[in-house]
Design a binder for this molecule. Structure first.
Ligand code: BTN
Length: 224
């Protein structure tokens, strides 16, 4: 379904992906200016996986955050991964994968799904503790993992097209971490602490604080 393109070095696979048509996959052996969520950098250590999937602009782009994180979680299933809302994948409570959805402002016809997975090296000095497959005892390489992520993404996309978001949400929740627990959410303009009460039907995070019920569509979640 997807056409694979490999580059030895790129600034950001998400940038390069913007000049490719839907159903392309961009893979970089090295990434020099990786971007993360919320305007952060993505520390792109050599040996790790940097990939971007290009899809036609969907009606509900945020659904793809769940499709992508579910695909990564399924890929890492033997390691009992958890997904931390909205799309971080964790092993043993440490972040192993991050996902960044972007649309080029002048190209609203496609959505770019950038996926980073730590394979051989764990960045430090990050917002969250990190791990990598090597530290989990898995000896593999970026291309092997890319092929598995892509196969899972194709399967998840087919399920989404057939059965809709409800089914994706259900499978995603099987991997979710923190539901029913007290969490801390950092928003651009405030910090909230409350009970993570699951997701609404669109995938927004439901947070109950002593003051009110929040329905959050973005933010950094920290387990307490
Ligand atoms: C995050 O958790 O902050 C999201 C990280 C996304 C990183 C990937 S690596 C491949 C793609 N290219 C980028 O510049 N970013 C994404």
């Amino acid at each position: 379904m997807f056409k694979y393109h490999y580059f030895e070095t790129l600034d950001s696979t998400n940038d390069t992906a913007k000049s490719f048509p839907p159903f392309s996959v961009i893979h970089a052996g090295r990434q020099t200016k990786g971007r993360g969520r919320m305007g952060r950098s993505w520390f792109s250590l050599d040996g790790n996986l940097f990939m971007s999937i290009v899809v036609p602009q969907p009606a509900v782009p945020s659904d793809y955050s769940f499709l992508a994180s579910l695909s990564v979680a399924l890929t890492l299933a033997p390691l009992s991964p958890r997904i931390k809302w909205p799309n971080d994948v964790l092993i043993n409570g440490k972040k192993i994968s991050g996902i960044l959805l972007e649309t080029a402002p002048e190209q609203s016809d496609k959505l770019i799904i950038g996926i980073g997975i730590n394979i051989t090296a764990c960045p430090d000095q990050t917002l969250y503790p990190t791990t990598c497959l090597k530290d989990c005892g898995v000896d593999t390489n970026a291309k092997v993992i890319l092929d598995k992520v892509l196969q899972n993404f194709e399967d998840v996309l087919t399920s989404y097209q057939k059965s809709g978001f409800k089914e994706i949400r259900r499978k995603w929740l099987e991997f979710a971490t923190g539901i029913g627990q007290t969490i801390h959410v950092r928003l651009p303009n405030k910090e909230l602490t409350g009970i993570f009460n699951g997701l609404d039907e669109k995938g927004a995070l439901l947070l109950t604080t002593p003051e009110k019920e929040y329905v959050l569509t973005a933010g950094d979640v920290f387990m307490i």
